[in-house]
Each structure stands twice: as C-alpha cells, then as structure tokens.
Design a protein around this ligand. Structure first.
Ligand code: HEM
Length: 589
C-alpha cells in the first residue's frame, strides 16, 4: 500500500542578529513565512535509515524457525531479529512507515530480538480481538522491563489478577475521578503557564542533567542548585546579549517536568522534592536497559526503591493522621480500599508501587502529547486560529487567572472544547507517540490468510492503522475536523472546502470513531485506561497556552532548529534542547 514519505521544509537557522532585527515581527508571521510555499507534512520529520536488504540471515532464520513451508506475512525477521530490532530502536516511526510502504498493513519483522507480526489494517485488528484476551502479555516484555515493572504492574499480568488490577483503574482514571482532577489540573496549569512560562522562567534549562553534569556545571558557575534539587540556569553573556523579551519554552524538558510535578500531586496529594521526582528518569531508563547487567538497570532498581520508600512512608503517614478522606488524597483513598483477585486489601507496598507505576505511565505520555500539540498547531496556523477561537470563546482571562473551578468543571470542558479534543486526537495520529502492546502467540495459528508460528510476537500497531488511507484518507494531512461530530459547523465548513475542491478533497471519510481504526492506547485486555486523563490535561494546557499567547515560533538561535528532533524510546517525545519563543497576548503584557 503506497504511503507518502513525510515532506519537511529544510530549516535554515537565522543568525541571532537577524532574529534580533526581526524582533518586532509577530512570531506567527515568522512561522508563516517559513512554511508558506512548502507543502507542510503533518507527519513529524524522521531520520531515514536503509538497512533493508535481502539477506542470508532471513533464509537461515526461516530454516531455524522451521517456517519455510508456512505462509507468513511479507517482511523479514533475519536470523535473530537483531538488525530489525536495532533499526526499530533508532527510529520507530520511520521503521513502521517504511515497512507499511513496502509490505502493506500486515508484515513480519523482529521486535526486541523476537520474531513478530505487526499489523494495523481494520480486518487484522478485528480478527486479533477475537483471540487476544487469551494471549499472555508478559512473555513479550523485555527482561529489564518485566523486572522493574514489578509483579503489580498491569502490563505483566493476565487473567483474574489483571482483572482485579484493572477494576481499580476505573476508580482513579474514570469519569468520576476526572471530575475531581479537572479543577486541580486547571490550577496546576495556571501556575505553570501564567506563573512560570509567561514571566520567562522556562526555556532556560540545558535539558535534564545527570548528577555528575550538575556538579560540574555548578562548579563552573553556570547553574545553581537549590536545597530541593531545583536547577536554575545562571544567565551567560551569550544569553543576555540580543536576547528577545519573549518568553521561551522547551517543550521536551519544561512540559515533562510540569507533568511529572502535576501527576505526583494529582496522585499523592503533595509535590515531593524535585530530586525525588527526578528519580523517575532513572527508573524509566532502567526499564529500557538492554540487560540486567547494565548500569542503567542497577540505577533503575535503586530509583524504584527510593521512590517506593518515599511514597509508602507518605501513604502510611496520611493514613495514620486520618487524612485519607481529604479531597487531595482521592487517589490514595481509592487504593486504600483496593482489593486483589483473592479479595485481600492491597498491601501498603502495593499501593505505593501502583502509585509510582501510574505516575510513570502518565507523565511522559501527557508531556509528549502537549509538546506535539504545540508543534502541530505551529505548523498549521489555521488550526491554531480555530483552537484560539474556541478556547477564548469558552474561557475569559478572568477564568484563566482564577482557575475558577466552576469554569473548569469537567462537563463544561468536554462540551466547550470539542475542537481542542479533535486537535489532541489528530496530533496523536500524525505524531504517534506509542507502539501497540506486544503479545506472544502460544500456538501456530491462522491469522487472516497467513500462518503465524508459536513464539511470534503479535502486535496491533496504532501507527500502522494511522497511515492506512482506507482508515484515514490522505493520512499525511493534519485535519482535526476528522474527529468532530458530523453536525459540527467547523466540520461542515471543511466539508464545503473539500466539495469545492479547493483543498484537494476527502479527509472526512475517516474512521475516526472506529476502535479498530483509531486506537492510540492499544487494543484488548491491556488497552490504555489513561488516555482520557492525558487528553484532559492537554485540553486544559491548550486553554492556557492559547489564552496567554497569540502564537509561538521556534527559537533558532544557537543550535536551535525549526523543527524538533525526537527522543524515540520508550515513547516519541520532543528532545530537551528544542526551544520555542512565545508571543504574549496583550492582556498578559
Ligand atoms: C496519549 C497518552 C497515552 C498513550 C498514547 C498511551 C498508550 C498506551 C498503550 C499503547 C498501552 C499498552 C496497551 C497494550 O499493552 O495493549 C498503554 C497501557 C497503559 N497505560 Fe497508557 N497511554 C497514554 C496515557 C496514559 C495515562 C495518562 C495513564 C495514566 C495513568 C496511562 C496508564 C496506562 C496503564 C496503567 C496501562 C496498562 C494497562 C494494562 O496493562 O491493563 N496511560 N497505554
């Protein structure tokens, strides 16, 4: 199936002097000038790798796996799946795109050194759903992940044990929970956007630093480290000279720190010291370590222990003080009543571990989504204008300044921010941040017209479905209207443009509501229970960022670039050094 390669205009970096001389040109106009005349792809730019050559490894591998007489999907695994695995790890989205282009929406490959069948056509996902619940989930997870995710982690569990774990998710991630969280999220987002980004306190980090880097930068007088571990960059001559007065934001770094802080507070009821929260990064790296002997794994184990001890002590303390019923401890209160598959209450250690796993599962996904939304809207000024119209129509600047809980009541957010929701969904489609879940096929089976041998990983991959033009006509086009109700005037307006042919025609026939076509959080027994939370967080972020700012543009000074580079694993997220410059709205001058 032909899928077009992403087209990205080359970014030529203007010098600091040029940027300075254009300081009075609105940032939006600058972005417009850069993207005008180019066909702007909705798809994030990626590095191109070409390691795909027919090799002896595939033939030997097929003999070794005794599959020469079977009818497997197209593609290649190799002898041990190593080459495919490394190519995947280098750039997962490009890897998938290249194979979809070459083999179509069902293909075989090697994922994490295991033979795998990857698919995303609607028919394949439908067929997969019929037997997915009987497949063991944990067998496909890398060893380090399995270990650090702990026995309490849902991704490792199956059967009754998993069912009991999921039953508790509903209480802390379902609608009633989101009703409690919405006003808290509004207050947190206000403090961040109006209290930190707007006065210019963001965008000045060199990115996340290791303890050793911090020590040497502190010695060199480039940063200061507070008692709670917070890092402040001390302005250098370079930073001061010719610097623009516009606030800056590093979406990778700043949004990640913001989400980390927000989710700790949302789930624990307090914001721990920054040093403790940053242990989450070491934990994350440990999960993805290449083996249990690697130093990252040991650091990850240590980080998990530190986090666990902290959360467990906090949980015991508030329980002993009789504070569990306080609104802010809603999450912990729910887990104090949680029962496992035998009907036993969760141990304190399990409650603490669950809270850590939930913060881990949520913060980086929400941060990635927020950063990607800034990028898609910057690239599509008409969508940014529509978003702004919606958010400013629904929320006054007084609502924003007070983070009024009535204004941010959940049902109001849901009904007033339909276009923002569509932007979030379309952004997840064009900048997919996560793969699908991995399951191991226990017995040789027929899957569609193919044979899949025992031991193969099966994975319904959202990225494959997102690229399928039968699911999403003109998949390379960013069109939030795909996700609006048929009766929404903004969709009707797009329909009119398309009918008159001005826009090339036809994105609205999308299967955006079909769970076999649009599944950013996976399918089946382990499908994500938290997407609604990250969507809500991103919607509220959009309210604030489009309320306080009229637009934003890349900061191309120094090593800055027009488009970001991405960290690819474990999820796709804008890297730390990418920086945006934001244009204040007059009400916030
Ligand atoms: C846009 C944001 C998000 C995306 C794209 C995403 C994606 C995913 C995916 C692909 C899975 C694996 C499904 C599978 O194995 O089949 C998953 C599982 C999970 N996600 Fe998310 N996620 C997001 C946000 C969140 C948030 C905010 C939370 C909040 C805590 C969360 C919690 C979880 C949990 C607990 C699981 C494991 C479910 C299970 O094994 O039963 N996710 N997510």
């Amino acid at each position: 199936m032909p899928v077009r390669a992403p087209v990205t205009p080359p970014a030529s970096a203007p010098s600091a002097a040029r940027l300075g001389s254009r300081a009075r040109v609105p940032l939006r106009a600058r972005v417009g000038a850069r993207i005008r005349g180019h066909r702007v792809s909705a798809v994030a730019p990626r590095a191109a790798l070409d390691l795909d050559a027919l090799d002896l490894g595939q033939t030997l591998g097929a003999i070794k796996r005794k599959e020469t007489m079977l009818n497997l999907p197209p593609g290649k695994v190799g002898l041990f799946g190593a080459r495919e695995t490394f190519e995947y790890l280098a750039d997962p989205n490009a890897f998938i795109e290249k194979r979809v282009r070459k083999y179509g929406p069902v293909f075989k490959t090697g994922f994490f050194f295991k033979p795998a069948v990857v698919f995303g056509s609607r028919e394949a996902v439908e067929a997969f759903r019929e037997f997915e619940s009987g497949l063991p989930a944990d067998a496909a997870l890398p060893e380090t992940f399995r270990e650090l995710h702990t026995a309490y982690g849902a991704l490792r569990q199956s059967g009754a044990e998993h069912e009991a774990t999921r039953a508790n998710f509903g209480k802390v991630l379902g609608r009633a929970a989101l009703e409690k969280y919405a006003p808290i999220l509004a207050r947190q987002t206000r403090d961040f956007v109006l209290g930190e980004v707007l006065p210019g306190d963001c965008g000045n980090s060199g990115g996340f630093l290791t303890e050793q880097q911090k020590r040497s930068l502190e010695r060199e007088g480039k940063i200061a480290i507070g008692k709670d571990g917070a890092v402040t960059t001390l302005a250098s001559g370079d930073d001061v000279a010719g610097a623009s007065k516009n606030p800056k934001l590093q979406p990778g770094y700043d949004l990640r720190q913001f989400c980390l802080r927000s989710l700790f507070e949302l789930f624990l009821g307090i914001v721990p010291p920054e040093g403790l929260m940053n242990e989450m990064y070491a934990y994350n790296e440990g999960l993805l370590a290449l083996g249990k002997l690697s130093p990252e794994f040991a650091e990850g184990e240590k980080a998990l222990k530190t986090l666990r001890e902290y959360v467990e002590k906090h949980y015991r303390t508030i329980r002993a003080q009789g504070k569990l019923e306080d609104e802010r401890f809603f999450f912990l209160e729910q887990y104090s009543l949680a029962r496992d598959e035998r009907g036993d209450l969760f141990s304190d250690e399990r409650v603490a571990t669950t809270a850590i796993l939930m913060i881990w599962g949520a913060y980086i996904e929400a941060a990635a989504n927020m950063g990607h939304v800034l990028w898609t809207l910057m690239r599509h000024p008409e969508a940014l204008a529509e978003t702004r119209r919606e958010t400013r129509g629904a929320f006054t600047s007084a609502d924003l300044k007070s983070a009024d809980p009535n204004a941010f009541e959940l049902s109001r957010v849901f009904t007033k921010l339909r276009y923002c929701e569509a932007v979030v969904k379309e952004t997840l489609r064009v900048v997919p941040q996560t793969a699908g879940g991995l399951r191991v096929n226990p017995t040789t089976r027929k899957f569609l017209e193919y044979d899949v041998p025992a031991g193969y990983v099966l994975t319904a991959d959202p990225r494959v479905a997102f690229l399928d033009p039968t699911n999403f006509p003109r998949p390379e086009t960013f069109a939030p209207e795909r996700f609006l109700d048929a009766s929404d005037p903004r969709r009707t307006k797009r329909e009119e443009i398309e009918e008159t042919g001005n826009d090339g025609g036809g994105v609205l026939g999308s299967r955006s509501r079909d769970p076999d076509a649009y599944f950013p959080g996976g399918v089946g027994q382990h499908k994500c229970p938290g997407i609604s939370l990250s969507t809500l967080m991103t919607q509220i972020f959009l309210v604030y960022v489009t309320g306080a700012f009229d637009g934003w543009a890349p900061d191309e000074t120094g090593e800055g670039s027009f488009d970001p580079e991405y960290v690819q694993i474990p999820i796709v997220i804008i890297d730390d050094k990418y920086r945006l410059e934001l244009e204040r709205n007059w009400q916030y001058e």
